[in-house]
Design a protein around this ligand. Structure first.
Ligand code: ADP
Ligand code: MG
Length: 253
């Protein structure tokens, strides 16, 4: 089943064309890794899909719900109504590079806040679920701590638990380990790997090439706002067709 279909996405900031005719398809249970140099538009793509930015043209469908489409009658790109957009937002979870935890809330409260206030879950139930997630993240003993008392790697695992608490149908990661010291990235990558084994549908922007090669089903290489090349890890990492892909990968392998 197709979980995400983004077609011919164009996005500009002023005069800068940041996404130029980008397409991305994700099936249920698939793990897609998006790679590419800094400034190529990876974060913008994730932000557009997650409704943090609007697109200028193109079509986005999430779990069968049309988020943006081309209206033949109006001859322009139109967004769905507010209610549909809100429902779509609940299908999507995002983990940011800098965790973005609420500094004045405990770890437990960071995870339960949205389920209680957005979904109207009883606090007790939300807390019980949060504790299960924390134990999966290896953080059972941190529930009452505050973000500043945790390492970056622990904070990032809390932010993954926070995203999971809303049971998203697709989970997006924007460079989840790039703010972390190398010794702390392993735990994050293990958590994402475990989610992949549970068939969580994920789109991961990452510079961890070995990880992308091992965990992703599909690799998308972006450069300067376009998808230069995409395919299986085999194809993109071991038999890249495009010179730009080859040049980029030389820096890693
Ligand atoms: P990546 O995540 O691949 O490093 P980004 O999506 O962050 O790339 O950025 C792509 C380009 O868009 C960059 O040139 C960046 O400066 C520009 N950009 C990103 N966000 C904005 C914004 N809010 N306003 C203006 N330019 C932006
Ligand atoms: Mg980025």
């Amino acid at each position: 089943m197709r979980m995400l279909s983004a077609r011919n996405i164009c996005k500009r900031f002023g005069d800068a064309e940041v996404l130029r005719d980008i397409s991305l398809e994700v099936d249920q249970g698939q793990v897609v890794a998006v790679i590419g140099p800094s400034g190529s538009g990876k974060s913008t793509l994730l932000r557009c899909i997650n409704q943090f930015e609007t697109i200028d043209s193109g079509e986005i469908t999430v779990c069968g719900k049309k988020m943006v489409s081309f209206d033949e009658r109006l001859q322009r790109t139109v967004y769905a109504d507010k209610d549909t957009l809100r429902k779509i937002r609940l299908d999507l979870g995002m983990v940011f590079q800098n965790y973005n935890l609420f500094p004045h809330f405990s770890v437990l409260r960071n995870i339960t806040e949205a389920p209680v206030s957005v979904l109207g879950k009883p606090r007790r139930e939300a807390e019980a679920e949060a504790k299960v997630l924390l134990s999966k993240m290896g953080l059972s003993d941190k529930a009452e701590q505050y973000p500043y008392q945790l390492s970056g790697g622990q904070q990032q695992r809390v932010s993954i638990a926070r995203a999971m608490a809303l049971s998203p149908k697709i989970l997006f990661f924007d460079e989840p380990t790039s703010a972390l010291d190398p010794e702390l990235t392993g735990a994050i990558l293990r958590v994402i790997r475990a989610l992949a084994q549970e068939h969580m549908t994920m789109v991961i922007v990452t510079h961890e090439m070995a990880f992308a090669r091992d965990v992703a089903d599909h690799i998308v290489f972006m450069d300067e706002g376009v998808v230069v090349e995409s395919g299986t890890p085999e194809e993109v990492f071991f038999r890249p067709k495009e010179e730009r892909t080859q040049r980029f990968l030389q820096r890693y392998f």
